[in-house]
Design a protein around this ligand. Structure first.
Ligand code: BDR
Ligand code: CA
Length: 318
């Protein structure tokens, strides 16, 4: 047997975050050693409650949750994406309060402590704004050297944004943090809209989740209709884009993705391009891109293969 890969999921749950967390917990190849929370889809305190509830639903209340930043590094929080995920981040389900609580340590300190205690072992999996990861990198300059890597959902290298014409939501929620993270000298994989908007679960597949009899699938089936309606309005297609779960699919099955290696800078200005992730080809690796590390930017995906993998892990046989 292979030792499972240790991951920390940094999250703003979020309907697709819930799917990604359940997917990771259902995958024996991965050992989720903690969840850290951040604002984004909802306020940080709401996201923390959701993270705790999701672990209870999945039967894993033993996994620690560390609450993170309440606001971006250098701007005000843009506010909840209630039209995407509901005001509670979980499709307006009005869930009961969790029985467990977050640990006393904050997210950045938790990340630093765990990573430094297991050099080269832990992969960070951010699926929300990158504030906690930036704070952890600033707190401990040796953090990047001690990480196995970072596999994140965010950005748009070669296409348009979803939160603005220029930017993807996680990056637009804290561009300064994202620019720090993309400058970290450790293996970084960017699963951005380039691949997440190429991965689609159809309405018919979503309905079948409702037929699966396990607590994770039941919760997923309860929250997904809200997200499905948003996607229907936004994309004009019945189903959902698979954003956050792409991080888990990549960890489990990197062979289903194609990528390029380029450094990334984030537009931290206050003009129309704010939050855009700009890759540079070698000829342009100058100025702001000079001495910036290569990022593995996912560009293509075998979507049917990764959707089948995820639905299988959630309990659907085909
Ligand atoms: C990202 O933004 C959030 O709404 C989702 O949870 C995902 O992390 C997609 O742009
Ligand atoms: Ca998210």
């Amino acid at each position: 047997t292979v030792t499972p890969q240790q991951i920390i999921i940094d999250t703003d749950p979020g309907i697709d975050d819930a799917m990604a967390i359940f997917y990771a917990l259902a995958s024996p190849e991965l050992d989720v050693i903690g969840l850290t929370t951040v604002f984004g889809n909802a306020h940080t305190t709401t996201c923390t409650q959701n993270a705790l509830r999701l672990l209870e639903i999945a039967g894993r209340p033993d996994i620690p949750v560390a609450e993170g930043a309440h606001r971006p590094l250098a701007m005000d929080y843009r506010g909840p994406a209630d039209f995407v995920h509901g005001i509670d981040g979980q499709g307006n389900l009005d869930l009961p309060a969790p029985e467990t609580s977050a640990i006393a340590q904050d997210a950045a300190h938790f990340i630093v402590e765990r990573v430094m205690a297991a050099p080269g072992r832990i992969t960070l999996c951010p699926i929300g704004p990158l504030t906690n990861i930036a704070l952890a990198l600033l707190l401990e300059p040796r953090l990047a050297d001690n990480l196995a890597g970072i596999v994140l959902m965010g950005g748009n290298a070669f296409g348009g944004g979803n939160a603005s014409p220029a930017a993807e939501a996680n990056i637009l929620n804290d561009p300064d943090a994202a620019d720090i993270v993309f400058g970290a000298h450790c293996p970084i994989v960017m699963a951005g809209l380039d691949v997440t908007e190429a991965t689609f679960i159809t309405g018919e597949q979503l309905e079948r989740i409702g037929t699966v009899d396990n607590p994770r699938a039941r919760h997923a089936a309860a929250i997904l209709p809200f997200y499905r309606e948003f996607n229907q309005r936004e994309a004009g297609r019945d189903g959902i884009y698979v954003h956050d779960s792409t991080v888990i699919s990549y960890l489990l099955a990197p062979q289903h993705y194609r990528s390029v290696q380029m450094p990334i800078r984030v537009d931290c200005g206050h003009g129309v391009g704010r939050g855009k992730t700009w890759p540079a080809i070698d000829r342009h690796r100058r100025g702001a891109w000079e001495r910036r590390p290569d990022v593995t930017i996912l560009t293509e995906v075998d979507a049917p293969a990764v959707v089948a993998l995820e639905l299988g892990r959630l309990g659907l046989s085909r």
